[in-house]
Design a binder for this molecule. Sequence first.
Ligand SMILES: [Fe+2]
Length: 230
Amino acid sequence: MFLRSRSVLWLLAVFALPVHAETFALAPLPYAYDALAPVIGADTMQIHHGRHHQAYVDNLNKAVAAEPGLANRSLEELIGNLAAVPETQRNAVRNNGGGHWNHTFFWASMTAPSASGAPAPELMAAIERDFGSFDAFKTAFNAAGASRFGSGWVWLVADSEGQLKIISTPNQDNPLMDIAPERGTPLLGNDVWEHAYYLNYQNRRPDYLAAWWQVVNWSAVSARFAALKP
Ligand SMILES: [Fe+2]
């Protein structure tokens, strides 16, 4: 009995020790690695999620650990107020915090081709109002993605007035960042880094952009749009 009590006390002591848990963690994909095939193959998804996204999470945790004042800030607080991040870690938080947010959003923006669906009627009406037609919207989105020099993202956002816009950002920047020239609430985003498509499309980014619509999760995008209502 004495020994058992001591064991319990020892266990309690161990678990009471300060634990330096990683602040941010990589969530599993919300579907199987091969769920988006043939639009995006399983090998691309495994490397993209397990290596690229994991590296952003790891490097963000290193940046946050290097500045104790950052410990309790959410990811949105960090990237939405980079001006408040000490200069020593600002670029690291910008690149890796952006990378973590963007990829988490990206995975949730896609689904199997059989489940892609279509924009809900209210979202479709807003797309037609602001871009003329659904096809015109997709053409403009693809053009913005194709013309992004180097690496970056293309976004559908809603501005503060509720108007829909297409924005392209370099590297891992996004429209939530205080440093972004144009800000807005992201509804949809596509990753146009080569790591997102090279194994399937090599240098043919326009082909990737055109095929990608087959895996857009319109149910998720429509829910984001519906959540904008006050
Ligand atoms: Fe990526």
